[in-house]
Design a protein around this ligand. Sequence first.
Ligand SMILES: *Cc1c(COP(=O)(O)O)cnc(C)c1O
Length: 462
Amino acid sequence: MTQDGTFAALERAWHHARIYLESLERRPVGATGSRSALRESLGRPLSDGRTEAAQVIDELVADATRGILGSAGGRFFGWVIGGSVPAAIAADWLTSVWDQNAALYACSPAAAVVEEIAGAWLKDILGLPARASFAFVTGCQMAHVTCLAAARHALLQKDGRVVEDEGLSGAPAIRILASEHGHGSVARAATLLGLGRNNIVRLATDPLGRIEPVALAAQLQDSRPTIVVLQAGDIATGAFDDFATLIPLAKARGAWVHIDGAFGLWAAASPARRHLTHGVAAADSWATDGHKWLNVPFDSGYAFVADPAAHSAALSHRAAYLTHDADARDQIDWNPDWSRRARGFATYAALRELGRSGIAELVDRCCAQTSALIDGLRNLRGVEIVSEPIINQALVRFCGAGGTDDDTRTDAAIAAVNAGGEAFFSGSTWHGRRVMRISVCNWRTSDTDIERAIVAITKASA
Ligand SMILES: *Cc1c(COP(=O)(O)O)cnc(C)c1O
């Protein structure tokens, strides 16, 4: 293995990256290879000896390509995925080349300082309190884990317990009050923290998926330690809870209020849409993603905690062999990981490339394109708009007279669009009915992409 081998492999990677990016306009958005074909092409015998790095890269691309989605491109509307802006991709490549361990300031001063700076920028853009502490984590789910670890500490401390020392055995159970439609990542965070998913109490919502204030108020009569999880952007409809009403209610009863804002919190970055997040800054913690709407490559979530003492009490770590500098921000004090990727570089690069108004423009454009897509489907026979866009999400359903039922018809339409390769959507069940989800959160999506998606759906619904 040589320096030349490294350069050759990186050059091949650049060559293939260029081909992939240039193909996004033309290539099928979905995968084109079957599972068995992928297993066969990738399942080479593990060689005994070495293989040249450049050859490994060439073969990886050849063998994997048919199982690589066009999710980096502009006609991918499934789940909530997001693309990657150019500076963030390049910074992410350099992060691997630099190979810094972003656990401690001493391991990489630049990685530590970049997180300090980008963390402050994020709070500013998202309208969160400047004093809040933060962590750059792998995704929104780990942001929930980070924030709820701080919540667990603070709630049990009121009971005289240091949960990090004593554990949960014998402690009062913490209830989690959350929307009946809440994202499953909150339940996974609760299981990892020993809070238990059976302690999640589901609150009734209005037809858009917003928690009913009376449902929350009724549950808050109980005086057990409580975490209230509110939604900035319901996963199905994109709806926002009424923070200005719900947060004061919960705080008056001593509850910790956590916000799941995986994509929706980014509405705060747009002057035209900031009102949707009105009152959200009064919460105790916030979780969001960089890899969705900010268009940073995957492995990018952000946790924010209003009370830095609770955050560091839950996560900070000291050991004899570690080197700490009193004035430095050691990431290990705020993150669940020990060794970790210097993921702050990609976020820093995206924020610099887009700038404040560029982020607002990205958010507004995705919302406008979601509306344009829905408008293009509105008058189609056999298409029902189940949820109008509030931000960048919408739901539609395929229906018609006779023959198959509309759930089957909807799943068949999604499958037909995806098989056509012009666009990609995912399905869900909303109020007991199958729907096609529409999520627009990629900077590459052009108005032409929206037109192409409308044509593809029109064909599939005919
Ligand atoms: C995507 C998403 C999550 C989970 O985020 P990850 O980054 O996948 O961990 C949580 N909540 C909502 C609303 C989401 O859309």
